[in-house]
Design a protein around this ligand. Structure first.
Ligand SMILES: Cc1cc2nc3c(=O)[nH]c(=O)nc-3n(C[C@H](O)[C@H](O)[C@H](O)COP(=O)(O)OP(=O)(O)OC[C@H]3O[C@@H](n4cnc5c(N)ncnc54)[C@H](O)[C@@H]3O)c2cc1C
Length: 345
């Protein structure tokens, strides 16, 4: 019998799958992994589906969902070590820690999704990323291409190969390592991360001197900024930033700047280590006239054009059509390829 995936994707796509398994412990995850191996079906681990687009109405395989809860802190002399069930909601963890005076996650307030996915995605915002605090990730190995039975394992921070929104779990271990628990180390002593001007501006507007801001002040500011900028997936289906910000060669950036001298751009190394220039995808989309525009039941958010939305009853294919039309327009106008940040399933 097929299972609805409507509650498991923030785009609100009415998709379903052949089978849905929720695991509540490491033992249940191991059992689920054994079932995956013998089923002969494709599978995908998901959390809240806040970075996933179900392209087709039916996924002919098994969706595995981490439902392990529990936050287990161990207070140490200078820091707190916390083992967290991967099914916990990320922002609940941030609230829990900030409220207890344990620091490091406050800039990542209100990012949707689960704790397990935070370690897969290396979520980041406002000058911080999950990898800054992750010390270990536990899970179950289930490799479809090997004869080995599924087995339990863990990876220390350095083994997770964290980079910008990337990790070994998105690459070599994609769909092969089912995350069960994530370990974080948080600080007792607070030092605000203020590298983003928007946070400073918001604090000043609230009458708070940025250097004296508390972690709760930062959390409050980040939540307010995000609520102003991004549509709430509970009200309007979306998966956050749909495209990654492209990094182009300095030559291409210079050529575009001749026509668009106001184009925002930032020097940054490209993936291959060569010199690069990052251009906000939102700016490119806006220049192509897509801000606030719709195509069928799929739309481009009027405040943040990097966010594509389900205007109500859109299919995965309708979102894909909008995305590919935008990609083609951006390529035609600027010669830049936009790559999705969202995972297509
Ligand atoms: C409004 C909005 C704002 C957002 N803002 C940000 C932001 O500021 N910064 C940011 O980094 N992201 C942002 N995102 C993206 C999203 O919140 C993150 O990618 C989040 O980590 C996804 O969590 P999830 O539980 O929904 O994972 P899913 O979307 O379900 O899955 C994401 C990936 O993780 C894998 N995965 C999930 N669970 C497991 C598991 N247990 N084991 C192994 N693999 C697993 C999936 O296969 C998939 O590849 C935003 C999304 C929305 C909707």
């Amino acid at each position: 019998m097929s299972q609805s995936l409507r509650p498991y994707n923030t785009f609100g796509i009415d998709a379903d799958c052949q089978e849905l398994i929720c695991y509540h412990s490491t033992e249940e995850c191991l059992e689920a992994a054994q079932h995956l191996k013998t089923s002969g079906l494709p599978w995908i681990p998901i959390g809240e589906g806040s970075n996933i687009l179900f392209v087709n109405q039916h996924f002919p395989g098994i969706v595995v969902h981490n439902s392990i809860t529990g936050i287990h802190p161990e207070e140490q002399e200078y820091s707190i070590l916390i083992r967290v069930g991967g099914g916990e909601i990320w922002d609940d963890l941030v609230d829990y820690c900030t409220g207890r005076g344990w620091y490091g996650l406050e800039n990542l307030s209100l990012i949707p999704g689960t704790v397990a996915a935070s370690a897969v995605q290396n979520i980041g915002a406002y000058g911080a990323e999950a990898a800054d605090c992750i010390v270990k990730v536990e899970g179950i190995y289930v490799n479809p291409d090997s004869d080995d039975a599924p087995y339990e394992g863990s990876l220390l921070h350095d083994e997770c190969r964290y980079g910008y929104r990337s990790s070994i779990f998105k690459d070599e271990l994609k769909d092969i390592f089912l995350v069960t628990y994530v370990w974080f180390r948080l600080r007792r002593r607070f030092k605000p991360t203020l590298s983003h001007a928007a946070i400073e501006r918001h604090l000043i507007k609230d009458g708070i001197e940025p250097a004296r801001a508390t972690a709760k002040d930062i959390r409050k500011a980040v939540i307010a900024i995000r609520q102003q900028k991004l549509p709430d997936p509970k009200l309007t289906g979306n998966a956050g930033s749909f495209f990654m910000n492209p990094v182009v060669t300095p030559e291409l950036a210079t050529k575009i700047l001749e026509t668009y001298p106001d184009m925002p751009h930032y020097q940054t190394p490209a993936n291959d280590g060569t010199e690069g220039v990052k251009i906000p995808a939102a700016w490119l989309i806006e220049q192509c006239g897509w801000k606030g525009k719709n195509l069928g039941k799929a739309g481009v958010n009027p405040r943040q054009p990097l966010v594509l939305t389900n205007l109500g009853g859109a299919t995965g294919q309708e979102i894909v059509t909008l995305a590919t039309t935008i990609q083609a327009d951006v390529y035609r106008k600027f010669g830049i390829e936009l790559h999705p940040e969202v995972r297509f399933v």
